[in-house]
Ligand binder design. Sequence first.
Ligand code: DQA
Length: 144
Amino acid sequence: TSILVLNGPNLNLLGTRQPEVYGRTTLSDIEAMCQDHAKARGFEVSFLQSNHEGALVDAIHAAKTVHNGILINAGAYTHTSIAIHDAIASVELPVCELHLSNIHAREEFRHHSYISKVAVGMICGFGAHGYVLGLDALFNHLGL
Ligand code: DQA
């Protein structure tokens, strides 16, 4: 079993980016946490971060034949990207949407998500630990 962890724009800056909102954990810390957790539960994880919408679309297409599910934090593209919505709808892989912050407790423009419409479910507001929750949720959903 293999899960792709996909991170979108500005998430490469985690640790120093608005730490009061997103915490001080870096993306490489998160990747290490995910790696440890996956190993303990007996599945594989791969990681990709991009600031470019098309690169995220390409990664979703490529995941179809390689991975069993996708954990995605699409960053601000969550609120704008019909292209990422359509890519997810096209590959028929289970997707868990993730946000470090509670997007519903923030600005109005963060309340709507195009990803939610094509995701199995969504985790938000639990900071970096959400990635571990998301991996578990997907792994359990896969029932493998
Ligand atoms: C985010 C929430 C988005 O609204 C924001 O644009 C991000 C990060 C989160 O993880 O809380 O870049 O997805």
